[in-house]
Design a protein around this ligand. Structure first.
Ligand code: PHE
Length: 339
C-alpha cells in the first residue's frame, strides 16, 4: 500500500507538471482526489490493514493528499498567470498606430451666411417669418404696389404657374403676409428662396436667395434704417465697413435706395473685387410705401416702417471672395470644403 501511495504521488507530480490548461488540472483533481479518485480508493482498502500499519499508512495517505493539493493549487495559480499574460499580449493596443480619420461635414457657405444674418437680426429683437415659394400674384406683385403693366411682371422675369400664381420673384410678399396677420410693432426678417427666369451665368441664376427685413412701428424713420444696416454691415464685413445709400426706385418703398458697402478688399480705394469702385452693392431698401401699409391694413398716418431685401449669394460671394455663382450649386466638395 505504501508503494501504491508513493506511485500515486509520483504520477500525480509528473502529470501536474505537464498540464497545459486549467481544465486539464481540474480533470487531474478529480482523477486523484475526487470521490472515485485513486487516493480515495486506496483509503477505502485501509480496513484490511493491521492496527500498527493503519496509522502509518493513514499518515502517509494524508501527506500524499496534502502534497497533491498544494501542487495542484500552485499549478492553477501559475497557469492562470500565464493565461492572463497571454491574453494581455494578444489584446495589446498600439497607441502609435495612425487612427481612422473622421470626415466632418460642414454647412454650405450660403447657409453659413444666412445663419449669420439671422443671428445679427435676432440679436436686435427681430423674429423670423416665412412665406410660400409658390406665391399668389396678389402678394408677390399687387399688394407690393407693383401694377399689372410693371416690367417685372413680364414672363421674361417671372415664372408663372397660372394667371394668379407665380414662383415668388422676391421675398417682399412675406412683408404683406406678415403685415396682414400681425399688428405693429413688427420686426421680422424672412430668409428664403426666390425665382427669376434668368439665364445661368457667373452672376445670375434662376434660383437664388434673399433675406427680407421689415420693421413697422410708430415713428420709424430712415435714420433707423441706416443705423440698422450699418450694424449689419459691420458684423458681416468687419468693423471698418461703411455703407452708402444711392437713390433708387422700388414700387413698394418711398423713398427707396440701393445700398452699397465699402469694399472689404481695398477699404474703398478700388480693387479687383469692387471693380475699382470702392463700393459693392448688396441690397435694396426704403421706407415702406404708405400704399403698401394701407393695402395691408395698417394706417400710414399712425405707423411708418422700413424694409430691405438683400441677395444672399451676393453677400456670400463678397464675404468669401467667390467669383462665380454657379459654384454654390455644383456641389463640388473641393469647393465646399474651403468655407
Ligand atoms: N424686393 C426687392 C428686390 O428683390 C428688394 C427690396 C426689398 C427693396 C425691400 C426694398 C425693400 O430687388
Amino acid at each position: 500500500m505504501k508503494e501504491q501511495l508513493n506511485g500515486i504521488q509520483a504520477s500525480a507530480e509528473k502529470e501536474l507538471a505537464t498540464a497545459q490548461s486549467i481544465q486539464e488540472l481540474e480533470n487531474l483533481r478529480v482523477k486523484y482526489l475526487g470521490k472515485k479518485g485513486e487516493l480515495t480508493s486506496v483509503l477505502r482498502g485501509m480496513g484490511a490493514l493491521s492496527a500498527e500499519e493503519r496509522p502509518v499508512i493513514g499518515q502517509l495517505a494524508n501527506e500524499v493528499r496534502v502534497f497533491i493539493e498544494s501542487r495542484l493549487d500552485k499549478a492553477v495559480k501559475d497557469l492562470a498567470g500565464k493565461e492572463r499574460t497571454l491574453k494581455l499580449k494578444q489584446e495589446i493596443i498600439d497607441i502609435t498606430m495612425p487612427g481612422k480619420k473622421a470626415n466632418f461635414g460642414r454647412r454650405h457657405p450660403l447657409t453659413q451666411v444666412v445663419d449669420e444674418i439671422k443671428e445679427v437680426f435676432l440679436g436686435m429683437g427681430y423674429q423670423i417669418a416665412e412665406g410660400p415659394e409658390v406665391e399668389l400674384d396678389y402678394f408677390n406683385f399687387e399688394a407690393m404696389n407693383i401694377p399689372k403693366n410693371h416690367p417685372s411682371r413680364d414672363v421674361q422675369d417671372t415664372f408663372y404657374i397660372d394667371d394668379n400664381v407665380v414662383l415668388r420673384t422676391h421675398t417682399s410678399p412675406v412683408q404683406a403676409r406678415v403685415m396682414k396677420s400681425q399688428n405693429p410693432p413688427i420686426r421680422v426678417i424672412c430668409p428664403g428662396r426666390v425665382y427669376r427666369s434668368d439665364e445661368v451665368d457667373a452672376t445670375h441664376s434662376p434660383v437664388f436667395h434673399q433675406v427680407e427685413g421689415l420693421v413697422v412701428d410708430k415713428g420709424v424713420t430712415m435714420g433707423d434704417l441706416v443705423g440698422t444696416l450699418q450694424v449689419f454691415a459691420k458684423v458681416l464685413f468687419g468693423e471698418n465697413t461703411k455703407i452708402r445709400l444711392r437713390p433708387h426706385h422700388f414700387p413698394f418703398t418711398e423713398p427707396s435706395a440701393e445700398v452699397d458697402v465699402s469694399c472689404w478688399g481695398c477699404g474703398g480705394s478700388g480693387c479687383r473685387i469692387c471693380k475699382g469702385e470702392g463700393w459693392v452693392e448688396i441690397l435694396g431698401a426704403g421706407m415702406v410705401s404708405p400704399k403698401v401699409l394701407r393695402e395691408c391694413g395698417i394706417d400710414p398716418n399712425v405707423y411708418s416702417g422700413f424694409a430691405f431685401g438683400l441677395g444672399v449669394e451676393r453677400v456670400a460671394m463678397a464675404r468669401f471672395n467667390i467669383d462665380d455663382m454657379r459654384l454654390f450649386t455644383e456641389n463640388d466638395v473641393r469647393f465646399l470644403k474651403q468655407f
